[in-house]
Design a protein around this ligand. Structure first.
Ligand code: ZN
Length: 454
């Protein structure tokens, strides 16, 4: 069975040069078969791209889906106070239903804004839970048909946020590695167009593990064929802590721990010295750039354009919805496009570069070479952004809409050739019901008693 995306007037390949695409795309067996001036074959399904911008499906390289029911809390707190008040206060209340509804909210929000691949960094695993969070996350992604990477997080040392805050969910290094191996055995598909992947993702290496555990963790992940991911240098406190504790800034310190390379990507990297930017670029270590969460928490603006100019890999991510109430890819594109201009001037970034970060950059960060670009032979992960809202009217170059208008929304999207969003809807997901479930859940979370310490 093949499908034709016809009448493409505004399209992007996804490359760094911003190459445009027009005509039609034929999809067969989950892949892009041909691109050009094509006409429908008898019996072929046709998706009309009139009034749409066609681009590779967007890749979100860092998220915390459990936070989608924790939006709008601690709105006036910076990172540490926010961590204390939101994830580290609420994590024990996260029963299976809460995680399921939260994940469903976040995945729906992402899919409707053009995401086709989502990486979730889930870092609360505990024997307080009577369910496996990894199973819930994969299950919800599968229900919507999204490509899903679980960055299996965790910590051996919790940060102490003081009285009144539940102790952080910790595991021994052996239990952490065992959890990763079990998840990988169940869901990790190493193939280039995998629908499910697992990565090894200590929550924040400098705070959550003894330094001598980090080389062992990297070695074990590589032995299992897994990529490495973590939070790093989200604000200036990270460098201050690693300088104090280990005598080095975070990136050279992690280089000595065997934690840089083409199979590693870090979230944030807001506070980087020029030497650290060069080290990341030389080693092929990727950035998951989270401009909205960094802005919302007052953490700063990551030097993503500098890493890009140095030949490094930049990808785009929304981060958890608890740290930014618009955890969708349209808002992330717009934030990246505008914030760097505000701080460094207009030459800092153009619309094509923002889109490149969210497509090919994401594919490189996650090590999924079959996605992120529209070309024959690539997996058919394709977003058709809808131009029918008034904010897109009057645009002289409509192809730029998904980046410059700040509210990208898809009419249709495909993942591996399968239609996942059709006519702006997610088949099989009733948003009215989800809205009611969300309201019930937020009310329940708000009135849940403070959990007893373990
Ligand atoms: Zn994060």
């Amino acid at each position: 069975m093949s499908l034709l995306i016809a009448n493409i007037a505004h399209g992007w390949i996804g490359d760094a040069a911003g190459t445009r695409l027009t005509g039609a795309i034929r999809v067969a067996d989950g892949r892009i078969a041909e691109i050009g001036a094509l006409t429908p074959r008898p019996g072929e399904e046709v998706l009309d791209a009139t009034g749409c911008v066609v681009a590779p499906g967007l890749v979100n390289t860092h998220h915390h889906l459990f936070q989608s029911a924790l939006k709008g809390l601690a709105l006036n707190s910076a990172l540490d106070a926010w961590l204390e008040a939101v994830p580290y206060t609420y994590w024990p209340r996260l029963d299976e239903e809460a995680l399921r509804i939260s994940a469903r909210i976040g995945l729906a929000e992402l899919a409707l804004s053009g995401a086709t691949t989502v990486c979730d960094h889930h870092y609360v695993f505990s024997d307080r839970y009577d369910y496996d969070p990894a199973e819930v996350l994969f299950d919800e992604a599968r229900r919507l048909g999204l490509r899903f990477v679980l960055a299996r997080g965790g910590m051996a040392r919790g940060r102490d946020f003081g009285p009144g805050v539940p102790p952080a969910p910790t595991e021994s290094v052996a239990a952490f590695l065992d959890g990763i191996a079990r998840a990988a055995g169940r869901w990790h598909d190493p193939s280039e167009a995998a629908l499910t992947r697992v990565a090894c993702a200590p929550t924040t290496p400098n705070f959550n593990f003894a330094p001598d555990a980090l080389p062992e963790i990297a070695q074990e992940a590589r032995r299992l064929g897994l990529r490495l991911h973590a939070h790093l240098s989200e604000n200036t406190a990270y460098a201050a802590q690693t300088l104090r504790a280990f005598g080095q800034r975070p990136v050279p310190w992690l280089a000595d721990c065997g934690w840089l390379g083409e199979d590693v990507w870090f979230a944030h990297l807001v506070d980087l010295s020029p030497e650290e930017v060069a080290l990341l670029a030389e080693s092929g270590t990727a950035m998951a750039h989270c401009p909205q969460a960094n802005a919302r928490l007052g953490s700063g603006i990551a030097p993503a354009p500098a890493l890009h100019r140095a030949g490094g890999v930049v990808s785009l991510a929304v981060d958890g919805a608890g740290a930014n109430e618009a955890a969708d890819m349209g808002a992330a594109l717009y934030s990246a496009f505008t914030l760097h201009r505000a701080s460094q001037g207009v030459p800092a970034i153009d619309p094509a570069t923002a889109l490149h970060w969210a497509t090919m950059g994401g594919a490189r960060a996650l090590g999924l070479p079959a996605i992120g670009a529209l070309a024959p032979g690539m997996a058919a992960d394709i977003a058709l952004f809808d131009l029918s809202a008034p904010r897109n009217f009057g645009l002289h170059d409509p192809a730029t809409a998904p980046v410059v208008t700040g509210a990208a929304r898809v009419r249709h999207s495909l993942i591996g050739g399968r239609i996942v969003v059709r006519d702006g809807q997610l088949p099989g997901l009733d948003l009215g019901t989800l809205s009611e479930d969300a309201a019930r859940l937020t009310a329940r979370l708000a009135r849940a008693p403070e959990p007893e310490p373990a």
